[in-house]
Design a binder for this molecule. Sequence first.
Ligand code: SAH
Ligand code: DHB
Ligand code: MG
Length: 230
Amino acid sequence: MSERVWSDVDSYIDERLIGPDPVLQAALRDSAAAGLPSIAVTAAQGKMLHLLARIHGARRILEVGTLGGYSTIWLGRALPPDGRLITLELNPAYAQVASVNIDRAALGGSVEVIVGPAGESLRGLLAGDAEPFDLVFIDADKKSTPEYFAIALEMSRPGTVIVVDNVVRDGALIDADSSDSGVQGMRVFHDLLAGDARVSATTIQTVGGKGYDGFTLVLVDQPARTGPGG
Ligand code: SAH
Ligand code: DHB
Ligand code: MG
């Protein structure tokens, strides 16, 4: 089974279930024109994130890793009128492209792009003691996934859903000796999940237009912010 077939099936899914979407297409076009890497989620994956957010009735969404705002738009479109999405991006030039794309999607009023290293931004949000998030999508530098997940847990409530992208990486996930810090990050992340009774999780392998990878779906049963002895 070749990558060609995976891409062709993604095209079929796009045609049947997603259809032309000028706003999303413009977001990808302008991201490419500005030199951003072509590493956004696929349309089928974006729609899955969108459906998850709607199924969950998510009012507060946190995204780590904005790029050009493609996944941001899919998630932002799932928000109710009073909903909010905060998305974190290290690269100011990427964040600028994303802001234009998000405005074109008429989501400027509900989406906030915070520029800077996500670890710092997350600690700022945590210190701000904001309401917990209903859904978190972690999709930034892969080596820092365990750190981002730990802080996301602290900003969770029972029932918060956390989705983590790019966890399988062509199967490298099972290579204990991998020299790739991103792969090691995803292995540490799985070790965290395995040892944490407060969460329920599974990882799903995927193929498609972006190759062979996968995502982890986490349900928070009990948040990290517990009292002494809790
Ligand atoms: N979620 C996007 C893709 C994100 S790609 C989509 O599917 O459309 C990963 C992004 O994480 C890149 O834009 C990269 O600049 C950003 N990133 C990398 N390291 C980061 C860090 N330390 N803090 C915040 N963002 C970071
Ligand atoms: C990379 C990052 C992503 O979020 C992704 O979906 C694919 C690749 C990367 O940094 O290579
Ligand atoms: Mg990704």
